[in-house]
Design a protein around this ligand. Structure first.
Ligand code: GLA
Length: 337
């Protein structure tokens, strides 16, 4: 699999956590079409953690879809997702158990890759909880990378070890198509800013074939769902969601939505389908971003070269006061005046 541009889609975790089932997946697939998300480029519909039975099948050793949530299995789910022209993603973990304590793929990598392929899986997010300390993390990702390569189906490999062991340096050789570079996002602007600013210098590894994944978007969540970890019900303001989406697009990061796309308000829908921002995110050259500001943390001024001799500039004021934000042209190598 060679992704030319960062993947775009929807992941169940931020919005729904463990509360997932076949009916929800059908509604989300419908929403991706009805809300114009598919037309805007969002094609992956990914089921995150909590989709399986608590234990493997005692005879076949296979992971088994939860019988209550998915009574007809996952092939049926992937079939209706494919019928809509979308792609189907799943979740597993390099450890013995997933982060929410379901069976992980440790020691079962090749079996699980074949099982996921038999469901018609197109994308695997591979987490990093409950990994035995005796084992080398990067090696476990390489192992699943090999297993996916051997499973008979093209499956996008989404590494999720939160940037441990300098993931960017080896994600590509492990067979990764994207790699999570930070811990989990929450529906709070403090966390959004922290994640984005921590990755400014790390985009040298992000390029066609393997992208830096700053985690799923909380845009439009408005403190509903599973990512409102602060549980104070505040979420982000519309301006903060606009800032988040602009940052992710400017950086050329994967765009995985998490809000309830069945009930998006007009602002959220307009934001996540904004053609200018999406064109920047999906620019084929995928060049890293530079912070050219002299006040780097509070008033970053990002500059990114795009294809066709174009450039994107993003000026941000993270302080509480209105202020001008400067991008000195000499800092990005442009002649002054
Ligand atoms: C970890 C990952 C999250 C999510 C949860 C599921 O925390 O980083 O993105 O997949 O596990 O349990």
């Amino acid at each position: 699999m060679m992704l030319r541009t960062p993947p775009m889609g929807f992941n169940t975790w931020n919005g729904f956590g463990p509360d997932i089932d076949e009916r929800l997946l059908r509604e989300l697939a419908d929403a991706m079409l009805e809300q114009g998300l598919k037309d805007a480029g969002y094609t992956y519909l990914v089921i995150d953690d909590c989709w399986s039975q608590r234990q493997r099948d005692p005879v076949t050793d296979e992971i088994v879809p939860d019988r209550q949530k998915f009574p007809n299995g996952l092939k049926v789910v992937s079939d209706f997702i494919h019928e809509k022209g979308l792609k189907f993603g799943l979740y597993s973990c390099a450890g013995v158990r997933t982060c929410a304590n379901f069976p992980g793929s440790f020691g079962h990598e090749f079996l699980d890759a074949r099982t996921f392929a038999s469901y018609g899986c197109d994308y695997l997010k591979y987490d990093y909880c409950n990994v035995p300390h005796t084992h080398d993390g990067p090696l476990l990702y390489r192992k699943m990378g090999l297993a996916l390569r051997a499973c008979g189906r093209e499956i996008v490999f989404s590494l999720c070890n939160w940037g441990m062991d300098e993931t960017g340096r080896w994600a590509r050789s492990a067979g990764g198509d994207l790699y999570r570079s930070t811990g989990d996002i929450f529906d709070s602007f403090v966390r959004v800013r922290e994640i984005a600013m921590s990755q400014v210098e790390n985009f040298c590894y992000s390029a066609p074939g393997c992208f830096n994944d700053m985690d799923m978007l909380t845009v439009g969540m408005k403190a509903r769902g599973n990512a409102d970890i602060v549980k104070d019900g505040s979420g982000c303001t519309d301006a903060e969601y606009r800032t988040q989406f602009a940052l992710w697009c400017l950086f050329g990061a994967p765009l995985m939505l998490g809000c309830d796309i069945r009930n998006m308000d007009a602002q959220t829908k307009a934001l996540v389908t904004n053609k200018t921002l999406l064109a920047i995110d999906q620019d084929v050259e995928v060049r890293g971003v530079v912070n050219a500001s002299e006040e780097r943390e509070d008033k970053p001024a990002f500059f990114r070269l795009l294809s066709g001799g174009k450039a994107a500039i993003g000026l941000f004021n993270f302080t509480e006061e209105a202020s001008e934000v400067w991008l000195p042209t000499y800092n990005v190598g442009l002649p002054d005046g």
